[in-house]
Design a protein. Structure first.
Length: 486
């Protein structure tokens, strides 16, 4: 059986690299593609092409001209929706129903949203009194930052890549993208759409590979990369900061989380169960915003736990093409090993395994895939590894609590600070508790409800900086002040 070749996209054309690595289907671990690994020469070529494009047609376009092209990029993704959907599902194993409603449409929308936003965001101006009485006018200009290194995760590949590339290009920058080695397909396919939409060569580049000693390191240490934006694991984010420190290079980091949900006794349990089911198990738990710690007020603890168990037991595991399936495999056998190590550790620590905790029996060649059971634990202390370390799988621990002050303290007692959910029908409590959470995002009676104009990012070890709306423009542009003496 011939395997597909997934190539680097540099300066408007596809290129091989220094090596090839296998891409396996997470559903059955079968090799379906070989990916061209970029070496230092390929990364140098991509960065040089991006730098030339800044001085070329892209850098000379007006904001409205760039915006029109980015609208065509979005339309191009939509026109090839089924191709992008098939590529995303094949790389990740996620259900088509999930990718068709979130990954692909949001991936396309990111180009239009930021193309329109950048046309309508003002800068500041001031009149300055001067000793001679004539005065001066100060006004700010936004300029593109330059060549942006974009390092992408594997859980929502197209969506989170375009969440960065969209505003970067809208602001006039050029990009060198390194998708995760686990999910290279849609970033590479987007190169065709860029060419069809009229994006000049060198504006959008894709190099495949790994981190240390490969494309990731070559980008983050490159002297001609002006800024790096990364979504992924906290340890990798720290390495990216170290790599750019000697260049005093700005970084935007959206990192890990150990996100809590707070369910008060006055919550609408139907809403709370539905929301927690999604936040704990959607995308097989591979969501940085997902819930791994659930705190439930004692009067409703047993009912909530029983209903959450029933919901988890009702999940149907299957391949992307299985219409009945609402949960797929993990992204790889490697990640499966990590998640299963936490499943084993929970048992060693004496957790009450409410449901799951192992590998499901899958038929035929699916038995070779990266499947794990949706899992719920109870009975562990807040200082256990299960409660403190990000697992990134379809699992959560449910703990009882008694009062508001207690649960706020326990929820905030973590190295992370990305997101949380609060479930209560008491509006005063909702606002009061939300204001005390040490997280970048707080949802009340909802989860993953996103207005893309609002700030997105985490505190503590969950990241640096904010994305979304004008906050993305602040990272992808440099502000210059012009002072004109009258």
């Amino acid at each position: 059986m011939n395997t597909e070749k997934i190539l680097n996209f540099i300066d408007g054309s596809y290129r091989e690299g220094v090596n090839w690595f296998e891409k396996r289907n997470p559903c059955n671990n079968a090799v379906f593609a070989e990916v061209a690994e970029a070496g230092r020469d390929e990364v140098d070529a991509a960065v040089a092409a991006a730098k030339r494009a800044l001085r070329g047609p892209w850098g000379k376009m007006t904001v409205h001209e760039r915006a029109a092209i980015l609208h065509r990029v979005a339309d191009g993704i939509t026109a090839r929706f089924e191709e992008f959907l098939a590529a995303e599902c094949r790389d990740t194993g996620k259900p088509r129903s999930l990718a068709s409603h979130i990954d692909i449409p949001r991936g396309a929308a990111n180009f239009k949203i930021f193309a329109d936003l950048v046309k309508n965001v003002p800068t500041e101006s001031f009149m300055l009194d001067t000793p001679d009485g004539a005065g001066a006018v100060n006004y700010a200009l936004r300029r593109p930052k330059g060549v942006i290194g974009v390092i992408c995760p594997w859980n929502l590949p197209l969506l989170l890549m375009t969440w960065k590339v969209g505003p970067a290009l809208a602001c006039g920058n050029t990009v060198v993208v390194k998708p995760s080695e686990e999910t290279p397909s849609t970033a590479a396919l987007l190169g065709e759409v860029m060419n069809e939409a009229g994006v000049p060569p060198g504006v959008y580049n894709v190099v495949h590979g790994f981190g240390p000693g490969s494309a990731g390191e070559f980008i983050t240490s490159h002297a001609d990369v002006n800024a790096v934006t990364f979504t992924g694991e906290t340890g990798t984010g720290a390495a990216i900061m170290r790599a750019g420190a000697h260049l005093i290079r700005p970084v935007s980091l959206e990192l890990g989380g150990k996100n809590p949900a707070l369910v008060f006794a006055d919550a609408d349990l139907d809403k709370a169960i539905e929301g927690t089911m999604r936040s704990a198990f959607a995308n097989c738990g591979q969501v940085c915003l997902g819930t791994e710690r659930v705190y439930v007020q004692r009067p409703v603890f047993e009912e909530f736990l029983g209903r959450l168990k029933a919901g988890a037991d009702g999940l149907v595991l299957g391949t992307p093409d299985d219409a009945a399936a609402n949960m797929g495999p993990l992204v790889s056998r490697e990640h499966q090993s990590k998640v299963l190590s936490y499943y084993a550790k929970a048992c060693e620590l004496g957790a009450d395994v409410v449901t799951g905790g192992g590998v499901p029996g899958m038929p035929g060649d699916l038995a070779e895939g990266a499947w794990v059971q949706p899992t719920i634990w109870a009975g562990l202390d807040d200082d256990s590894a299960i409660m403190r370390e990000e697992i990134f799988g379809p699992c959560c621990h449910v703990s009882p609590f008694d009062d508001e002050d207690e649960v706020i303290e326990r929820a905030n007692d973590t190295d992370y600070g990305l997101a949380c959910s609060i479930w209560t029908e008491n509006s005063s409590r909702a606002h009061r508790v939300a204001g005390q959470m040490d997280t970048g995002l707080v949802w009340v009676n909802s989860w993953f409800l996103r207005d893309l104009r609002t700030p997105f990012g985490g505190s503590k070890r969950s990241g640096i900086g904010r994305e979304g709306g004008v906050h993305s423009l602040e990272f992808y542009t440099e502000l210059s002040n012009v002072c004109v003496k009258l």
